[in-house]
Design a protein around this ligand. Sequence first.
Ligand SMILES: [Zn+2]
Length: 207
Amino acid sequence: MRLYKFPKWLKRFYPNAIWDFFLNHPQNNIFLTFDDGPTPKITEWILNLLEEHNAKATFFCVGNNVKKYPKIYQKIILNGHAVGNHSMTHINGLKTSNTNYINNVQQANFNIQSNLFRPPYGKIKPKQYKTLTNLGYQTVFWSFIAYDFDSTLSSKRRLKNIKQNIKPGAILVFHDSKKAFPQLKNELPLILNYISSKNYQCKAIKQ
Ligand SMILES: [Zn+2]
């Protein structure tokens, strides 16, 4: 089963997390986010496309990838996008002890200069969330996940889903990863065209 949005009951466990900006953003702003990079060629391809569309986004980077590809990470920042912490090793909070989880995120914090944090898989224990919040991290989930990594979902269906969920204040998740790229390289240009046609603006999340 594909879970495109978080159920309401789950949100209560993370009281100060950001899910969307539906209430706070009366302007026509859309918040695209890209997780799991930097990935050579793929992240750069996305950066070029965003530049063509005068679009800003937020990249939730994996610490190990930042260490491997510091130049791409710097390019994200130089191009005016926001970055966020996506842990050091793309760790699943539900399968990790609290101490190991916090250490993993803190380790990534040496490589990623941002208070924004997105839990890999969206999976984090409330206790881990609380500790990170107390340490000053702002957890950012999403209002819609595009399933760009799922090659079994038809492009037509995915684009329809995405268009239905692009509205002012929406936070959408994509991936600058090898798994998502076969889908993304065809679909992201269409999505950006759609966003322009609606006169929406793509903005980075404030760090
Ligand atoms: Zn991820």
